[in-house]
Design a protein around this ligand. Sequence first.
Ligand SMILES: *[C@@H]1O[C@H](CO)[C@@H](O)[C@H](O)[C@H]1NC(C)=O
Ligand SMILES: *[C@@H]1O[C@H](CO)[C@@H](O)[C@H](O)[C@H]1NC(C)=O
Ligand SMILES: *[C@@H]1O[C@H](CO)[C@@H](O)[C@H](O)[C@H]1NC(C)=O
Ligand SMILES: *[C@@H]1O[C@H](CO)[C@@H](O)[C@H](O)[C@H]1NC(C)=O
Ligand SMILES: *[C@@H]1O[C@H](CO)[C@@H](O)[C@H](O)[C@H]1NC(C)=O
Length: 504
Amino acid sequence: MLPLKPPFITLSLFLSPLFQPLTGAASLISTGQTLLLNDIPYYVPATPFATLPLPSPLQSAAFAGGLAPVTVVGLSAGNAGLSGLEQAISGFGGDDVWNWGFGQAILVSYATEQKPNFPSNGSLILPGANQSSIVSFFPSKNSSSSVPSGPYFLSTSGSLYQPLRLYSDFAGAFTQPLIRASDSTYAALPANIAGIQSPAVGVPSRLYYTRTSEHPLAGVRLGVKDIYDVAGVKTSDGNRAWYGLFPPASVNAVPVQRLVDAGAVIVGKMKTSQFANGETATADWVDYHSPFNPRGDGYQDPSSSSSGPGAGEGSYPWLDLSLGSDTGGSIRGPSQVQGLFGNRPSHGLVDLTGVMPLAPQLDTAGFLTRDPAIWVAAAKVLYADLPFYSQYPKKLYTVEFPTSADDEADAVLLAFLAKLEGFLSTRATALNLSTLWTSTLPAGADPSLDDFLNITYPILISKEQTMLVRDPFFAAYAAVHDGRRPFVDPAPLVDDLKNSHLPL
Ligand SMILES: *[C@@H]1O[C@H](CO)[C@@H](O)[C@H](O)[C@H]1NC(C)=O
Ligand SMILES: *[C@@H]1O[C@H](CO)[C@@H](O)[C@H](O)[C@H]1NC(C)=O
Ligand SMILES: *[C@@H]1O[C@H](CO)[C@@H](O)[C@H](O)[C@H]1NC(C)=O
Ligand SMILES: *[C@@H]1O[C@H](CO)[C@@H](O)[C@H](O)[C@H]1NC(C)=O
Ligand SMILES: *[C@@H]1O[C@H](CO)[C@@H](O)[C@H](O)[C@H]1NC(C)=O
């Protein structure tokens, strides 16, 4: 045992750095702050959206942490009176980020030449409110940029911040909630709320955004499957070693960029089964836990590989759209079992640069959403090169569809088919693929389609992903880890996959 050193040595060691000259300035960066307003959690970013002269009546508003909740209401010449304000505020109740706490102070932004004519005492009780609101005015041309209506936090120096409302990812659908860090990069959301292994996700008010032909997805809250690169953020591909090994992406994947350019707001990266291979919950999900499918008892398999997008869209009314991928069913499976609109598009409709490949011959980018109108708007953006037809198709084929309503599920399918036939003014034709194959097969091919295709799909994706993803990954990992191999989840066997109807 070493003898104890005399206390003065410890003391001098401890104090000595304090007496040395500083050799470099500390790097101190604010990452924003969190607040509770009427018990609802908000994240306030470090960078203000705009700066206003602090209206003097607001100095009596309630501030916490240097910030006061306020509501901005833009009034135009047409609705620039008290009734215009009342009408605007009455529409805010439908927004999930705004609440009456923001109504304590109302900043009326007016584009008109003259300040609107309001009660002069600067305070009034709006219909639906149990509190009086301080009302103040600013001409919209005075702010540093035009300030859309909605909820804000205002600092004592006039900085105006757009808060994000924080929601719990209780379904475990996200890998990394995100905020926009600059014009072109994203960063981890530096905020959380109570929950075990369920990070908070922050969403902006929908009141800020107006969809236009230039920005048809303005304000659409978007989740991105974690095989797509997002600038400034590490991609995981569902694998811990991959996440640890590679640096953050420097640019968005092409499909992500198209959606962002159209106004979509990325709120986070979402879980994928590892390397977008088929995985069954929960045994195969070793590196990360499978998300929870909210249907049934809440413990159903969310299907894979767009598992996070499927579970998230199924679970969260605050999430509008998720970007998934489909090679052999990775959107079709999760959208089916979570009751969503999902699509596998025709192959080759959008460049997949910046997206992890499974097999480029079959990989596609598509969506999962609860809202078919958002789906259409997003599809027009993502598949911008595809002509959109103004007429509905007249040919309708069914494959393996029931012909009689033997059970409840068959009855639902047949009722749907009847409605679709009515809508398209056509009749469905049942297609038997094996019969069709038998009558049209090329010379020398196996007369059984199942035998002919056999294990074509698993062989194709295995060979392609081995070459494009596994080999370079193993080599890069070995180079910095003494030649060792990274851990990779066990993949289900080919025969299991074929028999289980599991998508890949
Ligand atoms: C301020 O104006 C509101 C709305 O006209 C009115 O209800 C309130 O009594 C006024 N308060 C004072 C102190 O004048
Ligand atoms: C106002 O108070 C009533 C009665 O307490 C309550 O039902 C209502 O929700 C309150 N409205 C708001 C906007 O807080
Ligand atoms: C708006 O700007 C003009 C000049 O640009 C200034 O005279 C005026 O005081 C400003 N108004 C407010 C409310 O700050
Ligand atoms: C397709 O036709 C074959 C041969 O007639 C039959 O055995 C099979 O059950 C049919 N498949 C479907 C899905 O109807
Ligand atoms: C593929 O064909 C081989 C040889 O006939 C057979 O042994 C195997 O079971 C088939 N596999 C599948 C998945 O159909």
